[in-house]
Design a protein around this ligand. Structure first.
Ligand code: SIN
Length: 523
């Protein structure tokens, strides 16, 4: 197998990966490995923007309080302090570097989203913030001479020797070759897993690879039961759950039920702009009440020209689906959007395995609590991507050599096997592990997923077989954690335990071959 040596290896090319790579490039050689193209990531599709307390009437302290409120008592306060304070610095640094956020009369236009008590969402290209931001940073990163990119290359194993992560094995989809990468620091920035559900706002690549790799290597995972469902994804039969940004509600859009009533006004003082978990759950209840696959989003009462120019991409996309968003009621329903838990790290992105780091959606730094505050995710990428790269740079190179590894094939005949299993599991997850969960249904789903596991052959060693195993592992972890959390909190709603229970103000930790642990918050 061909072997490569880099000081830092970054897996994933979303905003967290690019931030880590950009900063790591100052300290030594860097490889970015992505299973798709460099510009394919969840960050790329972010519409709303990036939260930052940059206006005169705002402060990191106010942003801190909004984040804690949305997180329903499960945020690590010190992590949130880092997020809001350094987040502001990272945004200003990006602007200094040349990133252009949208302005009017030389002032930044600040948007509003659920759970924010101030306008603090910076955006770029109207509703194309993720695209503008990732392409900007991609260019800055890739032009660094110390950075090498490996596209269409999937990581298949993290290599742990003497308790340390010393590199990884990967499969090149183009040549079919297996490759070894040796390094002193591996940073996982592989994004989320929402594509394990039927309806998701994420690109097809969001399948939780980083979680599965880290778990298999012995990393500790935290709070895997918390999956955030975005309230407003288009709901049209046989069509993708296209995201209609929360920023549209920030501009005054209404949520209407089958009777045309603004039901959120009865639910929360912030109405349509309540934290996301509350809005998604309320929509779910309305859909149940009227036995309907959707409710409606309406901007008909707003300034049509303003909507068309502020949300030009959403407008165009909806037109392709046959809707004029300024004139039509838009059928929407919640869709899986964001993995709130993940690989547990310290405040510098390091996991319990020396040499293994994680940042961005795949990581659990403690900032998101039980429900992420809207538009805090790109901010987390900037803050903890930089922190991870700095701690990674301080590591000494190990003198352990990577031993010969077993090769993986990538045979097309196994592709259908994987896709069938993936679809079957996605159906089960959506039905029983969605917005509202019940103990019995969770246990039944776990049982059925274990039965699916028994159908996966242990041989041959093939990429699609590995993907099937990983999907089973990830879903098992989510369900086990959801069974253990016998309460309703944030994005985890149990029909059989309908209230928050102070005894559950704990993180649920899972690690391979160990019993789950309940650990209290630091403060
Ligand atoms: C959106 O634009 O509504 C998504 C933003 C986010 O998930 O933070």
């Amino acid at each position: 197998m061909q072997t490569f040596n880099f000081d830092t290896i970054i897996v994933g090319s979303g905003l967290a990966g690019l931030t880590a790579a950009y900063h790591a490039s100052r300290y030594g050689s860097v490889a970015i490995i992505t299973k798709s193209q460099l510009d394919t990531s969840n960050s790329y599709y972010a519409q709303g923007g990036i939260a930052g307390a940059i206006s005169k009437g705002d402060s990191p302290d106010l942003h801190y309080h909004d984040t804690l409120l949305a997180g329903r008592g499960l945020c690590e306060k010190d992590a949130v302090k880092i997020l809001v304070n350094e987040g502001r610095e990272r945004i200003l640094e990006l602007i200094e570097l040349g990133m252009q956020f949208d302005k009017e009369n030389d002032e930044y236009i600040l948007g509003l989203e659920g759970g924010h008590n101030k306008r603090r969402i910076l955006h770029a290209g109207g509703d194309a913030t993720g695209k503008e931001l990732t392409l900007f940073l991609l260019k800055k990163t890739i032009e660094q001479p110390s950075v090498t990119a490996f596209e269409y290359t999937a990581v298949t194993k993290l290599i742990i020797e003497k308790g340390e992560c010393i590199g990884l094995q990967a499969l090149d989809f183009i040549t079919g070759e297996n490759k070894i990468f040796q390094t002193k620091a591996t940073i996982l920035a592989t994004g989320g897993l929402s594509r394990i559900f039927n309806r998701s706002t994420n690109p097809h690549t969001a399948t939780g690879d980083g979680i599965a790799l880290a778990y298999d290597a012995g990393a500790r995972l935290a709070d895997m039961e918390f999956i955030q469902f975005h309230p407003s994804a288009l709901s049209v039969e046989d069509k993708d759950a296209f995201l209609i940004s929360e920023a549209v509600r920030g501009e005054g859009a209404w949520l209407l039920n089958e009777n045309g009533e603004r039901f959120m006004k009865e639910v929360h003082p912030l109405a349509e702009l309540a934290p996301r978990d509350i809005v998604a759950f309320s929509i779910f209840k309305q859909m149940q009440k009227y036995n309907s696959p959707h409710i409606y989003l309406s901007v008909k009462h707003l300034d049509h020209q303003k909507i068309k120019s502020r949300f030009s991409n959403i407008y165009k996309k909806l037109k392709e689906y046959g809707y004029d968003m300024t004139k039509d009621l838009l059928p929407i329903a919640p869709a899986a959007h964001y993995m709130v838990g993940g690989i547990r790290t310290d405040f510098h992105g390091e996991t319990n395995i020396p040499g293994l780091f994680a940042c961005g959606e795949v990581a659990s730094t403690g900032v998101m609590g039980a429900n992420r505050l809207a538009s805090n995710s790109l901010l987390e990428c900037l803050v903890f991507g930089k922190r991870a790269s700095e701690k990674a740079a301080k590591r000494k190179k190990s003198n352990i050599q990577i031993l010969k590894q077993k090769e993986l094939t990538n045979l097309t005949e196994h592709e259908k096997f994987f896709l069938d299993i993936k679809n079957e599991i996605a159906g089960l997850m959506s039905k029983n592990v969605g917005i509202v969960r019940r103990g019995n249904a969770l246990k039944e789903t776990l049982y059925r997923i274990q039965a699916i596991k028994n159908r996966i052959p242990s041989n041959p060693r093939d990429y699609n077989i590995l993907k099937a195993e990983q999907t089973v592992d990830i879903c098992t972890l989510i369900i086990q954690s959801a069974i253990l959390r016998e309460e309703s909190r944030g994005g985890h709603i149990r029909e059989d335990y309908q209230h928050e229970n102070p005894d559950f103000r704990v993180h649920i930790i899972q690690q391979k071959n160990k019993e789950p642990e309940f650990i209290p918050l630091k403060r």
